[in-house]
Write a protein that binds this ligand. Structure first.
Ligand code: ADP
Ligand code: ZN
Ligand code: ZN
Length: 834
């Protein structure tokens, strides 16, 4: 702010409100005295703060600021800057986090839509939309403000020696210093800085301190030698490294080099310091760039689909396509072409993929096609990595973004295309507040931006497919696999007959064992799918039937053989396997069910020489481990991969010629109207893993329900028949897509209280308008989780608007009755009801 001559030198002595009023008459146009901030608290309103003079021209809508809130400090997003006179005395904003708005106007508008639609507080939505707590933790640089400089002159004249405030002022006179440096050099600098900041004498800028790349661990560095031959004399290790690099041009991972060149790590770093070698950070989470894949020439079906998508992109208006392509039909190639078209039209593109499908192989494919224009957003990345990607996107340097669910909020410039791969996938729905569905948010975002949406799947969700019928989406089909590869042949094996014939309750049917044996002989690979829920083992008592339950949740503990413990998959509670039954003291404890560990053991018994890998949440806790196992399988280090749902998704491994499903039925018993749809999707997807190379694939599905329509139609790979049958059922039952639905859950530590609250709430909401129904309240299928009792109401409504209004009233009721924030959970368009 200019106008030094007007502002009194004694400004710091004036109290804040006075100062604000005084300054008010001289506010330049671009400067505001107040800002409205949305905070991550469960209240539906913004909070107004006064802006200290140091922040006045710098704070803009969409920037994050740190403000006092009660005794706490919170980070919120500025919604509006203004000069409306406040009604009460305001507290001051403390600090600005972003020099440039982190969310632009359109993303804030998207946030408002999410808050309204999913019945969530705006502040919590905006926090979810922003990637990084990490940026806030980054270093802070302090400088003096104008009044700070004035005060410094005054203060320094009569400061007592050793006064920390004066010491900091003196240190900052004429330069900017980091908080870390000041803390190291001056006693009590932290406290002094806080005092000075409060009084408006200093301001902090958050800078992201990029770590010195030379200090990164070897596996995170790439080495490349590009320069002319080195003339200067070098130590032996460095000479050896250079010699190796000259013989092996291109860039190498430093860790890999250590394996072949002695002392490579030290030598590379030293050479880099001398600028004789290029040392760059490994691209986050990305496999060493594979061979560059030339674009395939699209086959006629792909060309037809792409043509329509391209026309829409070129028209620059909002439109949604559903690309229904069987497994192996080449959907990815259509996406890649569509992205090309968006870039050619001068617009950005966003591709969303399910959590588990964003592997380095997938990322690598995009890098090799679009190079540096690609940013990858993945939850497994560190905050710093994500912050870097985020900045590249915001600046426009990256115009192609590949991300998982929250990638839908990436600040892609001038977005013209959003692709949602495997659009039916459950991981697009966030299972904590705000409970948004990334696919649906993508469509809303595209609509506002005049962008084209492509939803792709081999097993489209009923909702999306039905939207084609209603004319909301345009259906595009890829009915055949590329290059006329045959669809895999699927056989159902009736395990009831198997039992009658063998009199054995076996895990593997004779047919599956036989085919497995053939694959091992031929050096081909097999995938075996277990359904997680059905394939846990439990500890039970033979005398009284007791199953050991979690102390915090109403679920049975799962037995883990490896460390002989029982584990709760909801809250991670663990205990040792008891010696005697906790209920009747009998010693007849035994194990029920077939864990994936047991399946693995049985495989070893049948095929002692087979190399078996197992992929489930226990073996692959971290993303990298998961990659590791999958990579090993892809490279042929294993013959058989045993896994849960994790293996069903999108992996393209040509040598897999047999897929076995141990039990198709386990998902069918779940009390959820989507059970059949899920089973159909899972079976179809996993079957699609077979025969992606030149050898045709075989799929063996073991089941005790061979006549169930989901199992039968999956075995025929007849999506259309399944769709029609399921749609009919949904129509009769008034389930989505024929009704809007929400799950309203009330939670409390005390069962009585949970019950009372849910009953009261339902009474408050009743009578409901016509065309709406409340089912319940009833105990939730899992009635206790993490020590909280849960009661739920399912609300079905013919009108989305009426549903929204009802939910709003429910929330208002909880606020009015001072329920704690976690007591009421509203899930709009819920995907799971258990
Ligand atoms: P989907 O995602 O539909 O299951 P993919 O996109 O994974 O199928 O494609 C399957 C395989 O077919 C991939 O290896 C891909 O490179 C290849 N492919 C895609 N399009 C073509 C084409 N037009 N000609 C030849 N091969 C293709
Ligand atoms: Zn017992
Ligand atoms: Zn538990």
């Amino acid at each position: 702010m200019g106008g030094n001559g007007i502002r009194p030198r004694t400004a710091p002595i004036l109290s804040n409100p006075l100062r604000a009023r005084y300054a008010g008459s001289f506010v330049p146009e671009d400067s505001s005295l107040y800002c409205d901030v949305s905070l991550p608290v469960p209240l539906d309103r913004a909070f107004t703060y006064a802006l200290p003079e140091t922040l006045r021209h710098r704070v803009k809508p969409g920037c994050r600021v740190i403000v006092p809130f009660g005794p706490r400090k919170l980070t919120g997003v500025v919604l509006r800057c203004h000069n409306d006179p406040p009604e009460a005395q305001l507290r001051e904003a403390l600090r600005l986090v972003d020099a440039e708005p982190a969310l632009d106007e359109s993303l804030i508008a998207l946030g408002r839509w999410i808050a309204a639609y999913y019945c969530a507080p705006l502040g919590e939505v905006l926090r979810t939309m922003l990637p990084l707590a990490g940026e806030i933790r980054a270093g802070k640089i302090y400088s003096l403000t104008d009044s700070g400089r004035d005060a410094a002159r005054q203060l320094l004249l009569d400061a007592l020696p050793g006064d920390p405030v004066a010491a900091v002022l003196r240190a900052l006179d004429g330069r900017s210093l980091s908080a870390a440096y000041l803390a190291k050099k001056l006693p009590l600098a932290d406290k002094a800085l806080r005092t000075l900041e409060r009084r408006g004498f200093v301001f902090a800028e958050t800078v992201r301190t990029e770590r010195d790349p030379l200090r990164a661990p070897s596996e995170k560095l790439r080495v490349e030698f590009t320069g002319p031959p080195v003339a200067v004399k070098l130590p032996k290790a460095e000479r050896e490294l250079l010699a190796f690099l000259e013989l092996h041009p291109g860039s190498h991972n430093l860790k890999d080099l250590e394996a072949v060149v002695r002392m490579a790590s030290g030598a590379a770093r030293s050479l880099a310091r001398k600028k004789l070698l290029k040392l760059t950070p490994e691209k986050a989470g990305v496999a060493p760039a594979g061979p560059v894949r030339a674009p395939h020439t699209l086959n006629p079906a792909q060309q037809e689909a792409f043509g329509q998508i391209r026309d829409s992109i070129q028209a620059g208006t909002f439109r949604t396509f559903l690309l229904h392509g069987v497994t192996g039909s080449g959907k990815t190639e259509v996406y890649l072409h569509a992205i090309d078209a968006a870039l050619a039209a001068g617009r950005g593109a966003l591709l969303l993929v399910p959590e588990i499908a964003l592997t380095p192989a997938v990322a690598g494919q995009f890098f090799s096609r679009f190079g540096d224009r690609v940013a990858i957003l993945h939850s497994a990345f560190t905050d710093t990595e994500r912050a870097g990607q985020w900045r590249a996107i915001r600046s426009g340097a990256a115009s192609v973004v590949v991300g998982t669910r929250s990638g839908v909020f990436a600040p892609v410039r001038n977005i013209g295309l959003i692709v949602v791969d495997e659009e039916h996938d459950q991981s697009y729905k966030q299972e904590e507040a705000p409970r948004y569905n990334g696919r649906d948010v993508a469509i809303v975002r595209a609509k506002a931006a005049g962008a084209t949406v492509v939803l792709g799947s081999a097993t489209p969700s009923l909702e999306s497919r039905y939207n084609c019928e209603r004319g909301k989406y345009t259906l595009l089909s890829l009915p055949d696999r590329v290059e006329a590869r045959p669809m895999p042949q699927v056989e159902l094996i009736d395990m009831r007959i198997e039992f009658l014939e063998t009199r054995k309750q076996a895990t593997f049917s004779r047919r599956l064992l036989e085919e497995l044996g053939k694959r091992l002989e031929n050096g081909e690979q097999t995938m075996l799918l277990l359904n997680r829920r059905g394939f846990s083992s439990f500890v039970a008592c033979r005398s009284c039937g007791e199953r050991v339950q979690c102390v915090n949740c109403s679920v049975t503990l799962t037995f883990h053989r490896r460390d002989r413990r029982m584990l709760c998959h909801l809250c991670n509670y663990a205990e040792k396997v008891p010696e005697v039954c906790p209920k009747c003291q009998s010693e007849h404890i035994y194990f029920l069910g077939t864990g994936s560990e047991k399946v693995e053991d049985e495989l070893h018994t049948h095929f002692p020489r087979a190399r078996v890998a197992r992929l489930d949440r226990d073996t692959a806790s971290g993303k990298r481990q998961y990659e590791h196992i999958l990579q090993g399988f892809r490279e042929g280090s294993f013959d058989i991969l045993v896994g849960t749902q994790m293996i069903a998704k999108g992996h393209d491994i040509p040598n897999v010629t047999l897929v076995g499903v141990i039990s198709a039925d386990t998902g069918l018993g779940i009390p959820d109207f989507r059970a059949a749809e899920r089973t159909f999707q899972l079976l179809t997807q996993v079957a699609g893993r077979a025969g992606r190379g030149d050898v045709p694939g075989l799929v063996l599905v073991q089941t005790i329900n061979p006549d169930h329509y989901a199992v039968r139609m999956a075995s025929l790979q007849d999506y259309q028949a399944f769709y029609e049958k399921e749609l009919h059922f949904r129509r009769i039952m008034r389930y989505p897509p024929f009704a809007a639905m929400a799950n309203v859950m009330v939670r409390h530590e005390k069962q009585q209280e949970a019950l009372r609250r849910s009953t009261e709430l339902s009474a408050f909401l009743s009578p409901v308008p016509e065309n709406m129904r409340i089912l319940g309240p009833a105990e939730a299928p899992v009635s206790r989780v993490k020590n909280e009792y849960r009661y739920q109401m399912l609300i079905k409504a013919a009108s989305r608007k009426a549903l929204g209004e009802l939910l709003y009233r429910a929330r208002q009721y909880a606020l009015d009755h001072k329920w704690n924030a976690t007591s009421l959970v509203i899930d709009v368009d819920p995907l799971t009801l258990v």
